[in-house]
Design a protein around this ligand. Structure first.
Ligand code: PEP
Length: 258
């Protein structure tokens, strides 16, 4: 079984002082000795600060969004090259809060993911259904439609974007609600995503296919059961990633699965 990936999405939270305290707790928790990949995604204004605080640690730095274009008249946006220059290794794209609050379409999300991968970053492409789609039993259809624009895109000749990214399944109704989806439910959708990947990239060996994470109200007390799902490559964690002990406990639970 490959190493799990645990990503903390800080969303629009933090301050210079709070980030420093959290970074100190995370970098002294002994995570580098454990078989798990851990990352944090602070707001973009704190990336430079966090790059300094994480220097020498195994914690990866990630951003929460990226523009698809290399430069230009895009007020408020940041490019993939800028993120890479600051030391980011990954970037979230298509988080449901970006899709809803900034009108990002799945085609735009795919373009952002491609720009990120071309700059050497790992795009973490987030997909997931709304409460209404959940109630209508449309979760697989919605997720597949969100994934579709990623198929066939090449980072460079002969290298598929699908080889270079991570996927995160986050049912919108579970995000920030305190109610995670059940492992049975998550398993069905993750298996469906894996089936889609196998069809979209038939030439890729299983080991080359991306990790697929679960996100939505993950806490230390439900992390292990999600991580024990065969199809679950890790977790995307919002609220609990702001509490050092909780994030460390989740990362430790992931290390225990290997
Ligand atoms: C998220 O926003 O990606 C998320 C999973 O949030 P939470 O863990 O707070 O539900």
């Amino acid at each position: 079984m490959s190493r799990k990936l645990i990503i903390g999405n800080w969303k629009m939270n933090g301050s210079l002082a709070a980030n420093e305290a959290l970074a100190r707790a995370l970098t002294t928790a002994g995570l580098e000795e454990k078989p798990v990949d851990c990352a944090v995604c602070p707001p973009s204004v704190y990336l430079a600060q966090m790059a300094g605080l994480l220097q020498g640690s195994s914690l990866l730095l990630g951003a929460q969004t990226v523009h698809a274009r290399e430069s230009g008249a895009f007020t408020g946006d940041v490019s993939a090259a800028m993120l890479a220059e600051l030391g980011c290794k990954l970037v979230l794209v298509g988080h449901s809060e970006r899709r809803a609050g900034h009108g990002e379409s799945s085609e735009q999300v795919a373009a952002q993911a491609l720009a990120a991968a071309r700059a050497g970053l790992t795009p973490v492409v987030c997909v997931g259904e709304s409460a209404d789609d959940h109630d209508a039993g449309l979760m697989q259809d919605v997720v597949i439609a969100q994934l579709a624009p990623l198929a066939g895109l090449e980072v460079e000749a002969g290298v598929l974007l699908l080889e270079k990214l991570v996927l995160a399944y986050e049912p919108i109704w579970a995000i920030g609600s305190g109610e995670a989806a059940t492992p049975q439910y998550v398993s069905v959708v993750l298996e469906c995503i894996h089936e889609w990947l196998a069809e979209a990239a038939p030439a890729l060996a299983e080991e080359a296919l991306p990790r697929v994470l679960y996100g939505g109200s993950v806490r230390p007390d439900n992390a292990s059961e999600m991580l024990s799902l065969h199809a679950c490559g890790g977790l995307l964690v919002g609220g609990a990633s702001l509490v050092a002990e909780e994030f460390i406990a989740i990362c430790s639970a992931a290390a225990a699965q290997v």
